[in-house]
Structure formats: structure tokens, C-alpha cells
Design a protein around this ligand. Structure first.
Ligand code: GAL
Length: 426
């Protein structure tokens, strides 16, 4: 009797759970029972200097669509250090987030689009009248074979050298525009007991950023671009020269660089322990929002040596993965993210400039205004460290080579590793 009962019980559970599954798979954007499918937004924007823009965007969405449940599914770790692995396992397990942060360029196109995991968004662009609202170069970065696959929320600049104003004034030095000037200033500061350059390469991408900015300064945007197409070899004399400069710069960094992340390194500049830091302009968001510093009073900015007129571009974008249960809700979120209103709540907080050409420049601080102006005429260069220039496999190998180089400083070995890694580019 007992056995019979438990078999009936088991059957009941089975039938019940099958019914639940069915209702889930047929729910679409509509309600299953009373519960709507959650719109989970996946990114790596958590904590200091990262999350303010996203939170403001989510709040705006909730105000406009109070019936759509939204979940901030961010995974901590600069440049997606941890998030990218979590995303990969969700995508492989056919459990995509409703939408996720992905860099325009190779990361999107050679990654998720090539793997057949993304829906094209041309209809959304037509519907929203977006085709002439984003710079053409940006639309190209999120397109493959004529189809557009994501919506850019921002444009970050990667070739920025931030400096502590007081430290510079007290030591009578000027922001360096060339490598020679950089080393002159660095020597002067070092002789006064100030750490010239802050680095926090606990996550190696920060050192990769420093190196890519040196490459851009030495090669210029055209030859820099040729590195990713295989037209310029990694053992070219100019790449070696860049590696030598990189090595020399590493002689001016804080000793505890490998235990700091990018925020910790920025802190060294803000508190005057170090004079300069090379970082993307999310650092401005951190300086202003979190550390309460003032642009052009507490800290200043200049393009990294040799890169005046060039723009190391990083764009955060969001798309529609295949197989999500609530595509219409996702499109509503993308619609807001790509709107002037959405971009204007997000970017002033994030440190970036708007991806749209018609957003309001007057709401940005002086750094934002200068960057919006620079973007109009600068020559663009895609960031390697942030996945735009080359596929993930190559970026991972470069990060490893750089991590070794930072401690061993062996130029020949480094160039050899880069050359070997470049097989991934074919
Ligand atoms: C980049 C991203 C930025 C910022 C940065 C630090 O990859 O594009 O928005 O979040 O990482 O985490």
C-alpha cells in the first residue's frame, strides 16, 4: 500500500513538473501564471566606478516599464575577467541571459555572432530610426555580413593618461605628450620620491592596455591596425621598439602593482602616492563619482604619449541572444539603451561619451565635452585588451605573455610569444 502511494506520488510530481516546463517554454513574453519572465541583464559592472550608469539605466527602464521584472545579473571583475567565463558557460548550456555586455568588434562578431548565437537587429534599427544616429564606424563594429547584432550604449577612450594636478604642480612638471617627455617627467618625479606611474595588474588586462597604447603611439593607427590583419608582423622593428618602451616604463611603477586592480591603481593617483595612471575613461567615473575628485582641479588628463589625434575605442554594446524567452522585452530594453534619453543617463556617470551622434553634449563635464569633440576628428584604433581588435583566443595569449613580461622583462621572449600567439589571427 505504502509503495503504491509513493508511486502515485512520483507520477504526480512528474506530471506536475512537465506541466510547469510546458508553461515556461510556451510563455513567450507573456505571463506564465502570474509571473513574467525576468529580464536579466548580464555585465561586469559592479561596485566602484562601474555600476552607477547601469543602475541609472535600470531605474529609468523600471519607471517606463514597471510590469517587466528586471534583474541586474552583473558578475564582478574588471574588463569581464570573470563575467566572460560565466557567460560562456551559460551560452554553451543554452541558458543565455536576456541580454549581455559585449564589446563591438571581434568579441561580438568573431565570437558570438560567428557561433550563431545572436539575433540580427536590423528591424529594431529601422523601427527606431537608428541607422544614421550612430557613427558609421560604430555600426560597422557591431555588424557582420550586412546584419547589425547589437546596440552600443557608450564609447570609452582607452588612450588616456590621468595625472594628479597637485603632484604635477608641486614638482614643477608638465603633462608629457611624447615618450621622451614621459621619461623626463618620470625621472624628475622619481628623484623626488614620487611613484611616477601607477599600475594595478592583478588582472593582467590593465598592463595589456598600457602596451596597446604604447603600440598606438609608436606605430600610429594605420600600422597598429595592420597587426590584427597579419599585414604587420609582431617581430617588426616598431613592435620591438614598443616592447622596449614598455619595459622602460615598467621601471617607474609601484612595487605592489600585482596585488592591485584598476581602481586600487587609480587611488594611488588620487591620493598623490603616484603621479600618473594609464586607464580607460571609466577611471573618470571612479574619480568623480566614488572618490569625489574634480575634473581639471584634482586630476588632469592627456592622451597617452604619441597618441594625440588618435582614439583607442572601446564600445560596450548589448544584443539579443538566440533562444531567449522574452525577445520583445529585451528589445524594449535595447530601445531605451539606444535612445538619447538612455544614453544621457548612462554616459555622464560611466565616464564614457554617448554612442549616438545626437545626444546632448551640454550635460557632460569638461572631460566629456573634450572627448566628444576629439572623437569627431580623431583616427580610431580598436582596443586589443577590450576585445575589439582581435579574437578572444589571441587576447588571452597576449594577456598571458604580458603577465610574464611584466616580471621577466625579456623583450625577445615577449616578441616570440606574441608572434606565436598571432597564429590565432588566421
Ligand atoms: C571594459 C568595459 C568598460 C569598463 C572596463 C573596466 O572592458 O568596456 O565599460 O567596465 O572594462 O571594467
Amino acid at each position: 500500500m505504502k509503495k503504491k502511494l509513493s508511486i502515485i506520488g512520483l507520477l504526480f510530481i512528474l506530471v506536475f513538473s512537465m506541466a510547469a516546463c510546458n508553461s515556461k517554454s510556451s510563455s513567450g513574453d507573456s505571463k506564465k501564471g502570474n509571473e513574467k519572465t525576468k529580464l536579466d541583464i548580464f555585465s561586469w559592472w559592479t561596485g566602484a566606478g562601474e555600476e552607477d550608469g547601469l543602475k541609472a539605466l535600470i531605474a529609468l527602464f523600471q519607471e517606463k516599464y514597471p510590469d517587466i521584472p528586471i534583474e541586474n545579473a552583473a558578475v564582478a571583475g574588471g574588463a569581464g575577467t570573470n563575467a566572460k567565463a560565466v557567460l560562456a558557460s551559460r551560452m554553451q548550456g543554452n541558458d543565455p541571459p536576456a541580454t549581455f555586455q559585449v564589446h563591438g568588434g571581434a568579441e561580438l562578431n568573431d565570437g558570438w555572432v560567428a557561433a550563431g548565437k545572436m539575433e540580427p537587429l536590423n528591424d529594431l534599427y529601422d523601427e527606431q530610426g537608428w541607422n544614421d544616429k550612430f557613427p558609421k564606424e560604430l555600426i560597422d563594429m557591431v555588424s557582420k555580413d550586412g546584419k547589425i547584432y547589437s546596440v552600443p550604449v557608450d564609447i570609452h577612450r582607452g588612450n588616456v593618461l590621468w595625472y594628479n594636478k597637485k603632484v604635477f604642480t608641486d614638482n614643477g612638471v608638465e603633462p608629457p605628450a611624447t615618450f621622451d617627455e614621459f621619461f623626463k617627467v618620470a625621472d624628475q618625479l622619481k628623484s623626488k620620491g614620487v611613484t611616477p606611474l601607477a599600475l594595478g595588474d592583478k588582472e593582467p588586462w590593465t598592463a595589456t592596455m598600457l602596451f596597446e597604447d604604447i603600440l598606438l603611439g609608436v606605430l600610429g593607427p594605420d600600422d597598429y591596425g595592420k597587426l590584427w590583419t597579419g599585414e604587420l608582423a609582431f617581430d617588426d622593428a616598431k613592435v620591438k621598439e614598443s616592447a622596449e618602451i614598455f619595459k622602460k616604463m615598467l621601471g617607474y611603477i609601484n612595487e605592489d602593482h600585482s596585488s592591485r586592480n584598476w581602481q586600487d591603481a587609480s587611488q594611488l593617483v588620487s591620493n598623490g602616492e603616484a603621479a600618473m595612471n594609464v586607464m580607460g575613461d571609466w577611471a573618470k567615473g571612479y574619480f568623480v563619482n566614488d572618490l569625489k575628485l574634480k575634473v581639471n582641479e584634482d586630476f588632469g588628463y592627456i592622451t597617452t604619449p604619441g597618441t594625440d589625434g588618435y582614439f583607442m575605442i572601446i564600445t560596450d554594446t548589448f544584443g539579443l541572444p538566440k533562444g531567449v524567452k522574452n525577445p520583445d522585452d529585451v528589445k524594449k530594453f535595447l530601445g531605451l539603451l539606444g535612445s538619447v534619453e538612455g544614453q544621457d543617463v548612462f554616459n555622464p556617470l560611466k565616464g564614457s561619451i554617448p554612442a549616438r551622434v545626437d545626444a546632448d553634449p551640454s550635460i557632460y563635464d569638461q572631460y566629456g565635452k573634450d572627448t566628444i569633440e576629439d572623437f569627431k576628428t580623431a583616427k580610431l584604433a580598436p582596443s586589443l585588451a577590450h576585445g575589439s581588435a582581435a579574437p578572444e583566443g589571441f587576447v588571452t595569449k597576449v594577456n598571458q605573455a604580458i603577465n610574464i613580461f611584466v616580471t621577466q622583462k625579456d623583450v625577445d621572449q615577449f616578441i616570440g610569444s606574441l608572434k606565436q600567439a598571432s597564429a590565432e589571427l588566421k
